[in-house]
Design a protein around this ligand. Structure first.
Ligand code: SAH
Length: 493
């Protein structure tokens, strides 16, 4: 069983980063023993321009049969157990090997280069012999909705006798450049066994949890969600029904326009229900829109736009003539596009708005020349060591006249009744700052890049601990970096 993953790259983003992403060094061939045999990882090519990792699984057919029996699998005593296509065809065993050999990559974790997993890369995946019950047609229906360009060629039973027809195997090639490696591995992990349709191990109830976890972000709402779920769970109807119900809940939650996105809002809904206060997220958006109007901006960037609520609010005011939402998460952008009804928007409205996929950890020439940029609840999602890269991308390279940055004020956390002491407000917050910490950072950024900065509280400004959200309003001073530097030197002299 054999599968290759190829990526291309440039001097700045070398293809050999694949080694970091997979946690396997390109210079070494490595072997891992799995319950079904030995998995080898090797790199047939590893250049900055192009790098290929291959996963080769050598199946131990005897271990496979023994294992099947031990676990109560169908004990048909036939010789067929030992003589079958398992060792040669990519199948659910390959999926299991993928998840054990590349488990961190599948979870999108890379401690050495934390920014890498979230960046989509050009990817090409090849599986020379894939058992595909349902044929090339089903392969396309499964992978195309996920953003893959699919080539699935049926393999003839015997090249010398074409009249015998096609085997149930296809040669599969998948290509995409909008997906991350983790997404790609998660697609394969689920869809290889779905196509094989002969899962080799006993399906336990926790398979439903696993499927929902690995399917996060792509399975809910997939047009073949039902077939995928049923086959993945070996057509065990009670499990399938349970999984489909849970997928439907996820889909509804994602399509829901309600504000409950992070604990800020959840907490408020829970504790102050009688008075129905304005949720903090809404207050934050109002504060941002007010500051943008005051700045006189017409062309606005919403950096880390998430599911597009601010973009939607800005569209309601005609003074904002161009609104660009950027996010690293394809899933968030998909939801944003749905929320904005981009596909049904009139031409005039549509010409005012754009959604871009990109990472703020890199300078991006598409972001130059705007009047204002908003970073609403974004900086705390980056690891602190990545913050200087974001700072440079926004204040050094994109350089809009106005920049608004909001972030939680950690001092206020003691006022959230249901937030356990010492906890941050959202599972993905890498840090939360005091007012002092935020000021120190913002003052230094302003100083380095020729901006003046003011601070605005958002939400109730508590006399002791301050407001729940803090906002910095940066305005470019008319000096460029160079003149500011010259000034400073003159002053020092
Ligand atoms: N601005 C929105 C969403 C905040 S959640 C709001 O105020 O509600 C933080 C968002 O930042 C997420 O959508 C996340 O995908 C995005 N994000 C995190 N790191 C990013 C990066 N490096 N580049 C671009 N977006 C990023």
């Amino acid at each position: 069983m054999f599968l290759t993953i190829t990526t291309t790259g440039t001097a700045e983003r070398p293809a050999t980063d694949l080694g970091y992403l997979l946690h396997k060094h390109p210079d070494k061939a490595q072997a891992f023993s799995t319950s079904y045999g030995t998995a080898h990882v090797l790199y047939p090519e590893a250049q900055p321009e192009r790098c290929t990792a291959a996963l080769l699984l050598e199946v131990d057919a005897v271990a496979l049969v023994r294992r099947g029996k031990g676990r109560g699998g169908a004990p048909d005593a036939a010789l067929a157990q030992y003589v079958n296509d398992r060792p040669y065809a990519a199948s659910s065993l390959l999926a299991v090997a993928l998840s054990s050999v590349f488990s961190s990559a599948m979870r999108g974790v890379c401690h050495a280069r934390p920014e890498l997993p979230e960046q989509p890369r050009p990817l090409r995946i090849e599986v020379p012999a894939l058992p595909a019950r349902g044929g090339a047609e089903l392969v396309r229906r499964l992978f195309e909705p996920l953003g893959w360009a699919v080539t699935a060629e049926p393999i003839a039973l015997d090249g010398e006798f074409p009249e015998w027809g096609d085997s149930r195997y296809v040669r599969l090639t998948l290509e995409a450049d909008t997906l991350t490696l983790a997404e790609a591995l998660r697609h394969l992990y689920v869809l290889l066994p779905v196509l094989d349709d002969a899962k080799h191990y006993w399906v336990a109830p926790d398979e439903v949890d696993k499927l929902l976890r690995v399917g996060e972000g792509w399975l809910p709402g997939h047009p073949e969600q039902k077939l995928i779920t049923s086959r993945y769970l070996s057509r065990r109807w009670s499990l399938t029904r349970q999984a489909l119900e849970r997928l439907e809940l996820v889909r509804l939650a994602e399509a829901d326009d309600s504000e409950v996105e992070d604990i800020d809002n959840a907490v408020e809904a829970e504790t102050e229900d009688e008075e129905k206060p304005t949720p903090l997220a809404v207050q934050r958006r109002e504060a941002i829109v007010t500051a943008l109007r005051a700045s006189g901006a017409a062309r606005v960037l919403d950096l880390g736009c998430g599911q597009g609520q601010l973009v939607q609010a800005l569209l309601k005011d005609v003074r904002f003539t161009e609104i660009v939402g950027l996010d690293v998460s394809v899933r968030a952008l998909t939801i944003a596009a749905r929320r904005l009804k981009l596909d049904r928007m009139g031409e005039r409205q549509a010409s005012r708005v754009r959604l871009l996929q990109g990472s703020l950890a890199y300078t991006d020439s598409r972001l130059k020349g705007y009047d204002a940029a908003v970073l609403s609840e974004v900086i705390e999602h980056l690891d602190l060591p990545r913050l200087p890269a974001l700072e440079y991308a926004v204040f050094g390279a994109a350089r809009p006249r106005t920049v608004l940055v909001t972030t939680p004020n950690v001092e206020y956390n003691v006022r959230w009744e249901s937030l356990p002491a010492g906890h941050v407000r959202h599972g993905d917050h890498r840090f939360e700052w005091t007012r002092e910490e935020f000021r120190t950072w913002a003052d230094a950024v302003a100083e380095r890049h020729g901006y003046a900065v003011e601070f605005v509280p958002v939400g109730p400004d508590d006399p002791e601990v301050g407001p729940p959200t803090q906002m910095a309003v940066f305005t470019m001073t008319d000096k460029t970096d160079e003149t500011a530097k010259a000034d400073k030197e003159a002053k020092a002299a």
